[in-house]
Structure formats: C-alpha cells, structure tokens
Design a protein around this ligand. Structure first.
Ligand code: ZN
Length: 333
C-alpha cells in the first residue's frame, strides 16, 4: 500500500468535504492510502493567488518524505485547476462551487486526486505527461481542458482510455495501481451523473451458512465478528429467520452497499456461493475464510483466491488473523 500525504490550507472552508473525499479515496481501493499531514507553512502565506512554480519549490523544500497532494482554496496564478509533478501536486477548490458545480466539489476533488496519483505512481515527467494528454478531449482523465468546463466531460466519463492505460503500463505503472485509479474514477462517474452509490465504507456483509451453536456459528461469534470490530468494521449478517424469507433483491442490496464481503466458504451451501459470485461480480473486496481441515474442499474456481485459514475451534487465532488482514491490506487501525 502506497502512503501519500495530503494537506489542505488553513481555514479552508471545505475542510469537511476534503476529509470525506479522502475517506472515499481510501475506501474505494486499497493500493493508495491518503494520510493527512500538517500543512506546510509554505502555503499559509497571505498571497491571494498562488504562484505555482515558487509554491512547488517551497513544498518540496518543506515536506516530509514521500508524495504530497496540496489542496488550496486560493486560485492559481495561471487559473488552472491543478498542477501535478512527480513529487507533489497542487489542486485548487477556488470557484468550483460558484462557477462549475455540478458535479459536486467532492467529485471534482476525487477526479483531481486520481490524476495526481497517476503522475506520482508512473513518475511522469512533463514530457511523458504531454504524450498522454488529449486535445481535443475524448472523455478520459487526461483530457486537456483549454475551456475549463470541458473537465465535466472527463468527469462524466470517469474513464482512463485504453491508449493512456497502454502508455502508463509502458512507463512501468503497476496494473494494480491502474485498477485502483479506475475504481476512484468510477466513483467520480457515479457522482457526476447524479447516481452516487450508497456505500457504507465501514461495513462488512457476512456470507456464510447460518446455524446455531456449532463450529460455524462460534467462528462467526468469537472470531469473525470481533476481528472485524477490532479494526472498526461494522458487521452485517442477515438474521436467520428474516433470511429464509429474504428476497434476493435485499441480499444483493446489502452486498452492494457494503464495502467488504467476508465469506466463510467451507460449507456446500449454494446460497453462499451465489452471494459470493454476486459480490465478486460487483468488484467487492472479498475475504474468504475456511477451517484448515476443510480448505481442500473449495470449489476449483476459488482455489486460486487467497483464503484465510484457521484451526477449528481456535477462534482467538481467527479473530487476530481477520483483524491483521484488514490492517495489512486496507490501512485500518
Ligand atoms: Zn486517455
């Protein structure tokens, strides 16, 4: 997981939405992790307009190690939305709500952050970036917006075109990083077309056979559920009685709304595999869990998936492994 610093200037009246945006970036993928950094004193000066080159120098001189995305409410001297460099980027929120919204400020910030992450990850020089830029625009994150409102085309498309993807791979960008960018862009697209997905970023839906007072039930009660709680994930599990009458729609909606899916795959319950298939089809982050003695019974299509294994009856081990999985892979604490 790549940690990227982000900072907003003092008294930024969009602080809450910037925080929301960062939470969405972190929840929509698990390749990049944005973390707030104290604002470098260099952008707290009182200039009403930011001179980009001098700001870049000052940011580079003052920042901690690693990449930095800087969000300011002041306008940039050349009136652009943002500038991306290999080490740092600057994004302005100036005028977005007054002049350009909709799409929402959050959607705009997500879009700009995605562009910064591409430049950081592929270590793009200005020359490389120029090879990626589209003029006229074609509905790609690399559209050049000579007319500023053109940016909306790229936001509605929420897309990284195939020729850009090809070039970025050539430049050595990791395929997983490109997938992460696509995930962020898909949130931009959903928001920009006015259909934001209702996603509970801190919840997991549990897919498993339901039972009482047996290994399965105990594993859930004393291993999976507390392990998820340890890292701040809320647990949703269809209640048995409701579940038997639960219509398919409700199950699918629960899967769609949850950020995480945890599937206990050591039973031969068909519902489990149906729901697991739906979750995988929706691109959810899925954790498979199995007892060590039963893991070989996994259907062949699932054997290539990483599966968290625990020893039957050892619920403390299961709890710790579940928590560790989310700490290691999703930056949760
Ligand atoms: Zn493109």
């Amino acid at each position: 997981m790549k940690r990227i610093n982000i900072a907003a200037d003092e008294n930024n009246n969009h602080a809450r939405r910037i925080k929301d945006t960062v939470a969405i970036v972190n929840a929509s993928q698990n390749y990049f992790f944005l973390q707030f950094q104290d604002i470098p004193t260099s952008i707290n000066d009182r200039e009403p307009i930011i001179r980009v080159d001098s700001l870049q120098d000052r940011l580079l001189a003052s920042k901690q190690a690693g990449h930095l995305i800087c969000i300011t409410s002041r306008s940039l001297e050349d009136n652009w939305f943002s500038h991306e460099y290999r080490e740092c980027s600057i994004i302005t929120t100036y005028d977005w709500e007054e002049v350009f919204a909709p799409p929402s400020l959050r959607s705009y910030l997500l879009y700009q952050i995605a562009q910064s992450l591409i430049v950081f990850e592929a270590e793009l020089t200005e020359e490389m970036l120029l090879r990626l830029v589209h003029e006229p625009p074609k509905g790609c994150a690399h559209d050049l917006c000579i007319e500023k409102p053109t940016i909306k085309l790229g936001m509605v498309a929420g897309n990284l075109c195939l020729s850009c993807e090809g070039l970025l791979l050539q430049y050595g960008m990791d395929k997983n990083a490109i997938d992460a960018i696509r995930r962020i862009l898909s949130v931009v697209r959903d928001e920009a077309v006015g259909r934001p997905k209702v996603l509970d970023y801190a919840s997991a839906f549990i897919v498993m056979r339901f039972s009482h007072n047996d290994e399965n039930d105990n594993a859930y009660r004393y291993g999976i559920s507390p392990g998820l709680s340890d890292v701040g994930i809320k647990v949703h599990r269809g209640d048995d009685t409701v579940r038997s009458n639960q219509i398919l729609d409700q199950v699918l909606r629960s899967i769609e709304r949850s950020r995480f899916i945890v599937a206990k795959v050591d039973s031969d319950n068909l519902n489990v595999y149906f729901e697991l298939g739906a979750a995988m089809g929706l691109g959810k982050d899925v954790l498979l869990i199995s007892e060590s003695s039963l893991v070989l019974n996994l259907p062949s299509d699932l054997r290539n998936w990483e599966c968290l294994i625990y020893e039957r009856g050892n619920y403390e081990q299961l709890r710790q492994r579940v928590a560790k999985f989310y700490r290691d892979n999703f930056g949760l604490r």
